[in-house]
Design a protein around this ligand. Structure first.
Ligand SMILES: [Zn+2]
Length: 305
């Protein structure tokens, strides 16, 4: 699995960039949570209790961004809460963006940041692992610092598909899946005017993970680096995976109650942008063929309703 770091710099463009990232992460967290809960029958054994919030810490940001992130997100020496999905167990129990996490069921959640240290997700990943473990055992007590006050929050996870979806700062209109995690750039989120569109993008990537496409492609000799040349066998495997992910994305998006009415025209617009047409043209099936298959999948899903 490719280690994720926030290699992009959030500070580069404008002082409001951090606020925008938080707004986008809140959208991503809510859409990912809805997809995860509505589609739990698809995950079978992989389904697990979900809390519905996104932790983050200063260590995941580029050193240049840390002062800005500390200021904008009230981040310090603890794991913080970047976003809480609406109607999730965490939201209903009162967890809010900006809260800081101390412990779950008494197990400490810790992070360490050194001013010039390279960005790392290691501490957030460790915190997620501990929280997920505790959620699997039942109700959890999250000890948080909220507006300077310490308080305990109690909730039980809601059963759903694994849905670790990370917003990554970046100008490329891109989304990808690494087998466990889904990454979406803030540029692709900005290209999704409605949550119906965003749900389709996220569901496509969640489907890649759900269907173990990374493992299947590796068996067909396809490297994780999509820019490397691919054999004809590998290319066929990639195209089959894309078509399958599109078909699942339509089904998952519909199951979560999102409107598929604009999906085909949204996807047609997305495929025309540089990011998709450039970096992904070699691996994603030809746009016209892909759109035809997507439209057919939408018709099948709509017929079932
Ligand atoms: Zn794909």
């Amino acid at each position: 699995m490719v280690a994720l770091t926030w290699s992009g710099s959030a500070a580069a463009s404008s002082p409001n960039r951090f606020d925008n990232l938080r707004i986008q992460q809140a959208r991503v967290a809510s859409v990912a949570y809805k997809l995860a809960i509505a589609n739990r029958p698809l995950c079978r054994a992989a389904a697990a209790p979900q809390a519905g919030f996104m932790p983050h810490d200063l260590a995941q940001y580029a050193p240049l961004d840390r002062p800005g992130a500390a200021n904008a997100y009230e981040l310090g020496s603890r794991i913080g809460v970047m976003a809480v999905a609406g109607s999730s167990p965490a939201a209903n129990a009162g967890l809010r963006a900006g809260d800081q996490l101390e412990a779950v069921n008494g197990r400490p959640l810790a992070t360490v940041v050194t001013p010039e240290g390279a960005p790392t997700m290691a501490f957030v990943d460790q915190a997620r692992r501990v929280i997920d473990e505790e959620l699997r055992h039942g109700a959890v007590t999250l000890s948080v610092i909220s507006g300077g006050m310490r308080r305990d929050i109690h909730f039980t996870g809601a059963l759903g598909c694994p849905s670790d979806v990370q917003l990554v700062p970046g100008a490329d209109v891109n989304a990808w899946a690494d087998g466990a995690r889904v990454m979406v750039t803030d540029a692709i989120v900005a290209r999704c005017p409605s949550d119906d569109d965003l749900a389709l993008v996220i569901a496509h990537e969640l489907a890649h993970n759900l269907l173990h496409h990374r493992r299947r492609l590796a068996l067909a000799g396809v490297s994780e680096n999509t820019l490397l040349p691919v054999s004809s066998v590998g290319l066929a495997a990639v195209r089959a995976a894309e078509v399958e992910a599109d078909s699942y994305a339509v089904r998952m998006t519909g199951a979560a109650g999102y409107d598929l009415g604009g999906a085909a025209s949204f996807m047609a617009g997305l495929l025309k942008t540089n990011g998709m047409a450039g970096a992904l043209a070699s691996t994603h099936p030809e746009a016209r063929q892909r759109l035809a298959l997507l439209t057919a999948a939408i018709a099948r899903t709509s017929a079932l309703r």
